[in-house]
Design a protein around this ligand. Structure first.
Ligand SMILES: *Cc1c(COP(=O)(O)O)cnc(C)c1O
Length: 451
């Protein structure tokens, strides 16, 4: 043992110091003891042990803080990708947050019919709003859009065949491949057409007595260009009707109001998709709809009743916090202007470039007293989350001078973490995906990272 090792205080001695006693009063004992042990251990292994009691307490305090941080934490999304699946997709509107809080605090009528004083159904919530907003006859909310797909296929096509175009056998994200999901639902997938071209007759040719449905998957995260053709939902509905088959349209994004006026066109809204004749529409709650994670199924009452009775419906059921947030989000759509303003995803996508530039200059101005070199540059943001795959949205970014890799890491490891994007060796913090109320926190995080 070297001299410096012998000088290390024991764990018990440190636990007796007033600073560590204070920690013990405010944190679980095991967390504090672990922090003391690991601090002593790392001083033993790596050297550089704190010299004074004060320094020991400081190091132990930061170890306790580190260990007490929740695993799921707030992040400032400065990537410029508004719907970032890795960053939790849609932030919620204020009214949705309040609704969650209100319902979480106490009991609720989740499955209780207050008027009748008897058992009710969790599936009754949100249905009225979804009908009104989309024109659907009925609606069912489940855990997410992938669950909606599994449930729909299991209820309609178990041990039967479903037709899908080869151009739509897509991977949506990490572990969500349409063909895999479909196979797990118990339906047999029959591929029709080719990757770039699928025609009416490709579907017609494969329809047999075993066919149970035609599935249309919206190409949400890519486009196919060049020599292409696909069969529209209108045509599919026509072909399916000749054989009494349902058409399931996996729409993905869940756009409820058109964003054409904001330069974002080509993504079908739920009501236009329904009007095209699909039997079932499937969509996510936390993409362009701007609500909580959920899968929404729209269609006729008769077929949705069948889905509700399916055992998978129970396994994929939505919880009360989700329902409360979804209902509050949907309610905002009753006044589209209000939805555009209050639903963060829509507000971000439709905010004017001038406004975003102003905010970027505001952040840079807040850095000036700290002598941090930063500038404002134009940037290209995107929608993300599997919608408008090729759309680029004019945006504005704060660019920090200096070693991009190093600044990126310091911002990412800070609290709150700031996630930016490095382009051509420079770190860009794109303001389109930052909530305006986070601008001050972003400036503060930059100051911290550069100090
Ligand atoms: C995103 C997406 C899904 C998956 O939705 P989750 O809600 O994440 O399960 C399914 N289909 C399409 C077309 C999508 O874009």
């Amino acid at each position: 043992m070297t001299d410096s090792r012998r000088e290390l205080p024991s764990v018990n001695t440190l636990l007796e110091t007033s600073g560590v006693k204070y920690l013990l009063d405010h944190h679980p004992r095991r967390v504090v003891v672990d922090a003391v042990r690991s601090t002593v251990e790392s001083a033993r292994v790596a050297g550089g042990a704190p010299r004074t009691e004060e320094q020991w307490v400081e190091t132990i305090t930061s170890a306790v803080q580190q260990a007490s941080r929740p695993s799921l934490r707030r992040v400032i999304n400065a990537t410029g990708v508004v719907l970032h699946t890795n960053l939790g997709r849609a932030p919620l509107a204020d009214s949705a947050i309040r609704a969650i809080e209100h319902i979480a605090e106490g009991f609720s009528n989740l499955e209780y019919d207050i008027e009748r004083g008897q058992r009710g159904s969790r599936y009754s919530h949100c249905v009225g709003l979804l009908r009104e907003l989309t024109g659907a006859e009925d609606a069912l909310v489940v855990n997410n859009c992938a669950a909606a797909m599994v449930l729909s296929l299991n209820a309609i096509a178990q041990r039967k065949e479903v037709l899908v175009s080869r151009g739509e056998l897509v991977e949506i994200g990490g572990s969500f491949r349409i063909p895999d999901i479909m196979a797990r639902s118990g339906a047999r997938l029959v591929e029709v057409g080719t990757t770039n071209r699928t025609h009416d007759d490709d579907y017609r040719r494969e329809i047999t007595p075993k066919t149970a449905a035609i599935v249309k998957v919206h190409r949400s995260n890519f486009t196919i260009e060049g020599f292409t053709s696909e069969v529209s939902v209108e045509r599919l509905a026509f072909i399916a009707a000749e054989h009494g088959l349902p058409v399931i349209h996996d729409l993905g994004s869940g756009l409820l109001i058109s964003l054409d006026d904001y330069g974002l066109s080509g993504e079908p809204t739920a009501s236009t998709a329904l009007a095209s004749g699909a039997t079932l529409i499937l969509m996510s709650g936390d993409k362009l709809l701007g609500g909580p994670q959920a899968g929404i199924i729209l269609g006729k009452t008769e077929i949705l009743a069948k889905l509700r009775q399916n055992p998978f419906a129970r396994a994929m059921r939505v919880d009360k916090l989700t329902l409360s947030a979804l209902e509050a989000t949907l309610r905002l759509y009753l006044e589209p202007a209000q939805a555009l303003k209050e639903i963060p995803v829509l507000a971000m996508l439709t905010e004017s470039l001038e406004e975003i530039e102003l905010r970027a200059h505001g952040v840079v101005a807040a850095l000036r007293p700290w002598k941090i070199e930063a500038g404002v540059e134009s940037s290209r943001a995107s929608v993300g989350g599997g919608a408008f795959p090729t759309a680029e949205i004019a945006s504005s970014a704060v660019v920090l001078r200096g070693d991009a890799q190093q600044i990126e890491e310091r911002l990412r490891l800070g609290d709150p973490a700031v996630i930016g994007r490095i382009a051509e060796g420079r770190l860009l913090l794109d303001l389109r995906s930052v909530l305006p109320r986070e601008d001050a926190a972003l400036a503060k995080a930059i100051v911290k990272a550069r100090s």
